[in-house]
Design a protein around this ligand. Structure first.
Ligand SMILES: Cc1cc2nc3c(=O)[nH]c(=O)nc-3n(C[C@H](O)[C@H](O)[C@H](O)COP(=O)(O)O)c2cc1C
Length: 390
């Protein structure tokens, strides 16, 4: 049965992202859920992201007649169906098997970008074939030049046209909550995990059918394929290598647009512009890296001012509604990404769950554009938003 047959029923049953979140929690083993949800430290940054978004208000205008609402958006010389896409998420198959494949197909159907993580559980060739020209590839920076060139070439050959370099993982984060849940990366098959699996039979059957999640992309460069060894390989070969020199080298290697994701400091933004970045990714990694970070939305206006049209501003961290998308665009973003909401969708509803996540965002985006009296994304960007009316 295709998504279309389920759409109306699902929209009544699961009208918001929080409905998918609740259902996903029930269907996933605890350890996978904790991995998905966790921030780090006290998880203040996670809470701040949503709190600060919800404080932003906008003033609606009326008497504008029948509105013809259009969500299409220009970015990097392409026209996307909406001003949002899927953020890179690693270890995806732990949350639900084949998640990358379902979301890549969905992204192509909706004409929105899908970002594949370096540490995803499916390979660029399989995902790229489904994403068509909607594929973005996220790079955790390999230490060795040879590995870096091979990986970039591979992503490009697989059809990925836009590169995301993740800046905000200089060291791994502590993620106490995932440690308490007993997760090692990659996951160890402990009696605890087996027990949790038994309590979540749909997940377990899907996992048995597809095999345990493996970091398949990086695995192909590691001599030892055992999951533990691949985890170590990632830790030692893909972390803590970024410098402006490195960014410039990648700039020379990658022909398409590059987004530097995870920037919060205005001086880093200025450097990124000098290094020829096409996109500035304003993000605090969904609150997963540094608990003392401001909400990403707090830094957006200042960063947008510095960028001033010299690059695109791509925002993520905490977006849960179409209204949040409008808030980010009104504060200076050109485009937004969501991470957890798409994982909720697939984990809650299976292969068409990502379609439903997109439908919720689209429906809420259009509805709130209507409430505000705007018809186009360009008009959304011209709205005046403020934490308090002003
Ligand atoms: C489970 C999980 C795994 C993630 N893995 C990656 C990753 O591999 N690479 C990356 O750049 N960002 C990663 N992120 C961060 C997301 O790309 C994005 O910045 C974040 O999820 C946005 O916040 P949101 O979940 O509130 O939408 C991950 C996020 C989550 C929740």
């Amino acid at each position: 049965m295709s998504y279309q047959k389920k759409a109306a029923k699902w929209m009544n049953q699961y009208p918001g992202i929080e409905d998918l979140e609740q259902k996903a929690e029930k269907r996933m083993p605890f350890v996978a859920w904790e991995y998905l949800q966790s921030g780090t430290g006290n998880e203040d940054a996670v809470r701040r992201n949503q709190q600060k978004l919800s404080e932003i208000t906008l003033l609606p205008r009326f008497m504008r007649g029948a509105l013809n609402i259009d969500t299409s958006t220009q970015l990097f010389g392409r026209t996307y169906g909406a001003p949002f896409g899927v953020a890179p998420v690693g270890l995806t198959g732990l949350m639900w098997p084949k998640i990358e494949l379902f979301l890549a197909r969905m992204a192509k159907d909706y004409n929105i970008p899908y970002s594949l993580s370096t540490v995803a559980t499916q390979i660029p060739e399989d995902v790229g074939a489904l994403a068509g020209d909607m594929g973005w590839f996220q790079l955790y920076p390999p230490k060795e030049n040879d590995l870096r060139s091979k990986l970039l070439q591979r992503a490009s050959d697989a059809g990925f046209n836009t590169l995301i370099i993740t800046a905000d993982v200089p060291v791994p984060s502590r993620r106490e909550r995932t440690k308490r849940a007993g997760l090692s990366v990659p996951p160890d098959i402990t009696p605890r995990l087996i027990w949790q699996g038994m309590m979540h039979p749909t997940w377990s059957i899907a996992t048995l059918r597809n095999g345990l999640p493996r970091l398949k992309t990086v695995e192909s460069y590691s001599e030892i394929k055992d999951m533990k060894a691949v985890g170590e390989f990632v830790r030692f070969k893909f972390r803590g290598n970024l410098s402006w020199e490195y960014i410039k080298e990648v700039r020379d290697l990658w022909k398409g647009p590059i987004i530097l994701k995870g920037l919060l400091h205005p001086l880093d933004v200025e450097e990124a512009l000098k290094a020829g970045m096409d996109g500035i990714g304003v993000s605090n990694h969904g609150g997963r890296q540094f608990d003392g970070a401001p909400a990403a939305i707090e830094m957006l206006p200042e960063i947008a001012k510095i960028v001033n049209g010299k690059a695109a501003v791509i925002f993520d961290s905490g977006i849960r509604t179409g209204l949040d998308i409008i808030r980010a665009l009104a504060l200076g973003a050109d485009f937004v990404l969501m991470g957890r909401p798409f994982v909720y969708g697939v984990s809650a509803l299976g292969q068409y769950g990502g379609d439903h996540t997109t439908e919720i965002f689209l429906d809420d985006l259009k509805n709130n554009m209507g409430q505000l009296g705007v018809e186009t994304i360009a008009q959304v960007k011209n709205l005046k938003a403020a934490p308090v009316h002003g």
